[in-house]
Structures are given as structure tokens and as C-alpha cells.
Ligand binder design. Structure first.
Ligand code: AMP
Length: 194
């Protein structure tokens, strides 16, 4: 059962302890995500969410907003590594299970795997073959949507494992990289678009 995460009809997101408008949430994030130039390699502007995570009020509001409107989901899939910080809290808020989507070679059991290109480099991610029941509804959670490759690969893993993608929720979307174009079959919610 959900313990929060309603959407009031007036565009406000959150539960009764963290009821904020989408604009307020966006501003909370904008003020607390730190730009780190040339990390992890030259030319990349890294969006560091650690100041946001360190602010309890902002953290509650962000988890609530990521969860909002997803009361029916069965599982929340978090993408390694920063999706792991957020997804379990979202799962608890929704009364859903948590599934880790991990980098290659980290999961002990039989897996499905997908390879994809990143804004910087390339990667392979995996999920346990038995992570989802048939037809389960899955919310995918990560910190940043950049080129969309990670989200698209995760959505493919969810479908490969027999489940359904209910949505993709991220804190921050880098719109100049047009990641949404990689995710035409899943509703994407970004709490802040830059
Ligand atoms: P992408 O597959 O290009 O959408 O990249 C998304 C994944 O890479 C997420 O797991 C992010 O954590 C990470 N990522 C990509 N670009 C950035 C960035 N500029 N700042 C922080 N994280 C990023």
C-alpha cells in the first residue's frame, strides 16, 4: 500500500508532509545540484546530486515527487549507481519491491544483459532473470537522463524479463542530449529539465 505520493489535481506533487508544486520541486533541485566541469572526463559537465541528498527537506520532497502517481507499480528498478540511492526510498513510499539494475558481472544469478552508449563511454547492464513476475508493472528510477541510452537499455531489460515499464522517473533531464527520443514507449518524468 502506498504511504504517500499522490498528485493533487492542481499540479502539486507529494504527500501531506511534503506537498510542493512542480515549480517548487524544480527550484529545490536547481539550487542543490552542483555542476562539476570536466568530470569524469574532459568536456562533460557532471551533475552532482550529493548536495541535494544531504538536504533532508529536499530529499523527502524529491522522493515523494519521483513516486507521485505511481501507486500501482509492483517493483521499482534502480540503475547503478546513483539510482540505488533513490529507488529503494521510492519503493518504500509506494509499498513496492526494489530491483537493482547492475553493471556487468555484479549480480550472482543468471541475468539478462544490454549494452549501450553513454554520454561518456559505453556500458553493459544486467538484471536477474527472475527479478520480475510476468506482467509486473515497473517504475525505473535514476538521477540523470542524459542521452537516454541507460534508460532505454533498462526498459529493454524489464521487458526482456517479462514485465511492463510503467514509467521512468529522474531528478534531472539534460534536454540538449534529447534522451527522451530513446524512450518513446515509456512515460518519462523529470523533476527538472535543463
Ligand atoms: P545516459 O545513458 O546518457 O542517459 O546517461 C545516464 C546515466 O549516466 C545515469 O545513470 C547518470 O547517472 C549518468 N550520467 C550521464 N551523464 C551525466 C552527467 N552529465 N552528470 C551526472 N550523471 C550523468
Amino acid at each position: 500500500m502506498a504511504v504517500g505520493g499522490n498528485v493533487a489535481g492542481d499540479g502539486r506533487l507529494g504527500d501531506s508532509t511534503a506537498l510542493r508544486s512542480t515549480a517548487e520541486i524544480a527550484e529545490l533541485i536547481r539550487a542543490r545540484v552542483r555542476d562539476v566541469a570536466d568530470y569524469p572526463q574532459p568536456g562533460v559537465m557532471f551533475k552532482d546530486i550529493t548536495p541535494l541528498l544531504a538536504d533532508g527537506t529536499a530529499l523527502v520532497a524529491v522522493v515523494s515527487a519521483l513516486s507521485s502517481g505511481h501507486d500501482g507499480v509492483d517493483k521499482v528498478a534502480g540503475i547503478e549507481a546513483r539510482g540505488f540511492i533513490l529507488a529503494p526510498s521510492v519503493a518504500i513510499q509506494l509499498g513496492a519491491g526494489f530491483v537493482p539494475v547492475r553493471k556487468q558481472g555484479k549480480l550472482p544469478g543468471p541475468t539478462y544483459a544490454q549494452s549501450y552508449d553513454l554520454e561518456y563511454g559505453s556500458a553493459t547492464i544486467e538484471v536477474h532473470r527472475d527479478a520480475f513476475g510476468p506482467g509486473e508493472r515497473v517504475l525505473i528510477v535514476d538521477d540523470v537522463l542524459a542521452t537516454g541510452g541507460t534508460g532505454a537499455a533498462t526498459a529493454e531489460l524489464v521487458r526482456q524479463a517479462g514485465a511492463e515499464v510503467a514509467g521512468i522517473a529522474v531528478i534531472l533531464e539534460l534536454s540538449f542530449l534529447n534522451g527522451r527520443a530513446q524512450l518513446p514507449d515509456a512515460p518519462v518524468r523529470s523533476l527538472l529539465v535543463v
